[in-house]
Design a protein around this ligand. Structure first.
Ligand SMILES: Cc1ncc(COP(=O)(O)O)c(C=O)c1O
Length: 368
């Protein structure tokens, strides 16, 4: 994310310098929001294949309607999502990515209590915002198998707990707990606090959603996103699946319910749900990418955490060079992580071609 923004800034500055130098360019400024050719972004768990063909068609069809407020379209998208999960439209709240949904839940629970129980390592991007609402974190280490420690998390819930947040599969480890165990946990934990289940990567792992459980329990909220398997990170579409009361409460923090989604993004998300062929293709390609990577890790004797998602965490303690910087010098962007008392790298599964380039680079750097 950080690197993306830095790249964008570099390109914008280059474009601005160009504008200052040339009157022609100033007349028709061209800003590029996509990375320069040759840059390989493996740092934000994005889908490298672009939106599905059906979503792309919808985007082109609907951008001309951007002069209109999206209300009617949002209702259609809610119904579409509801049908997909066999729930009702009143169980769905749309947000600008699942990030907005997480933020709404954090804001809501912060009104009453202050402690959030979460896994360590876990997904933290929203933690700064939550802290600004006065929330504090109790971070529960993963098990020895590097999975979410459900019994320990349950034990950590007390009278001060505002919410327990679980990302399954977990980011950054890519590990997951079995859905039956998670359901049992959610039912128990929801007797005491709000249970927030982040399902950003369930499709990759083929995991059942907790949607059906959530709609019957006002203390369980499921968050889903179109940013990952559906390749729409830039369109910013996510949603909550929850009991109608919880949907109502969360929506009170939006200017109007579902307000953040544009017509274009709604159309793209709507069409994506129909493109089963695209999803299947992404799953196949992601699995192939993981195989390419894990073979390389094995060849280099690098410890890695087997993942069922579109990213893998691997240990880089044995690499003498600064892997992240060396990769960056080769225009490859990955994430540096400090976990389990060591240095790790989280790499997103890019296209097969990108993964081959990444693996060649990794071999070169690791053997220096
Ligand atoms: C676990 C998890 N949840 C939520 C998000 C946010 O996704 P978005 O706001 O794009 O839906 C991410 C993004 O990387 C993620 O990894």
């Amino acid at each position: 994310m950080l690197y993306n923004r830095r790249l964008w800034l570099q390109q914008s500055l280059t474009a601005l310098t160009g504008m200052a130098l040339s009157a022609d360019v100033a007349a028709t400024p061209k800003f590029s929001f996509t990375p320069s050719p040759g840059v390989i972004l493996l740092n934000s768990n994005e889908n490298p294949y672009g939106p599905s063909p059906m979503a792309q068609k919808a985007i082109l069809e609907y951008y001309t309607k951007s002069n209109r407020y999206p209300d009617d379209y949002l209702g259609l998208l809610q119904k579409k999502i509801a049908t997909h999960w066999r729930v009702s439209a009143e169980n769905i709240l749309l947000g600008a990515g699942s990030s907005e949904i997480i933020g709404l839940a954090a804001l809501h629970v912060s009104k009453k209590k202050k402690k959030v129980v979460t896994a360590e390592p876990g997904y933290k991007v929203w933690n700064g915002q939550a802290a600004s609402f006065g929330l504090e974190f109790e971070r529960i280490p993963l098990t020895n198998e590097r999975k979410t420690d459900l019994p320990a998390m349950l034990a950590a819930i007390d009278d001060t707990t505002a919410m327990v947040y679980i990302c399954n599969p977990n980011n950054p480890t890519g590990t997951f707990v079995e859905v039956t165990q998670l359901k049992n946990f959610a039912v128990e934990a929801a007797k005491k606090t709000m249970v927030f289940i982040d399902e950003a990567y369930t499709e990759y792992a083929g995991l059942e959603s907790l949607a059906t459980l959530a709609i019957g329990n006002p203390n369980i909220v499921v968050a889903k996103t179109f940013s990952k398997i559906y390749g729409l990170a830039g369109a910013r579409v996510g949603y909550a699946i929850a009991h109608p009361e919880s949907i109502q409460q969360l929506s009170n923090y939006q200017p109007w319910p579902n307000a953040a989604i544009s017509i274009v993004s709604a159309a793209a998300a709507f069409a994506s749900l129909d493109d089963k062929k695209y999803v299947q293709n992404i799953l196949t390609k992601t699995t192939e990418a993981r195989v390419i990577c894990t073979k390389t890790f094995q060849q280099l004797a690098l410890d890695f955490i087997p993942s069922q998602t579109n990213f893998i965490l691997f240990n880089i303690d044995s690499i003498k060079k600064d892997l992240i910087k060396e990769m960056e010098a080769k225009n490859i962007f990955v994430q540096s992580r400090q976990h389990f008392n060591g240095k790790w790298c989280r790499v997103t599964m890019g296209t097969l071609e990108e993964m081959k380039i990444f693996c060649t680079a990794l071999k070169e750097i690791a053997q220096k």
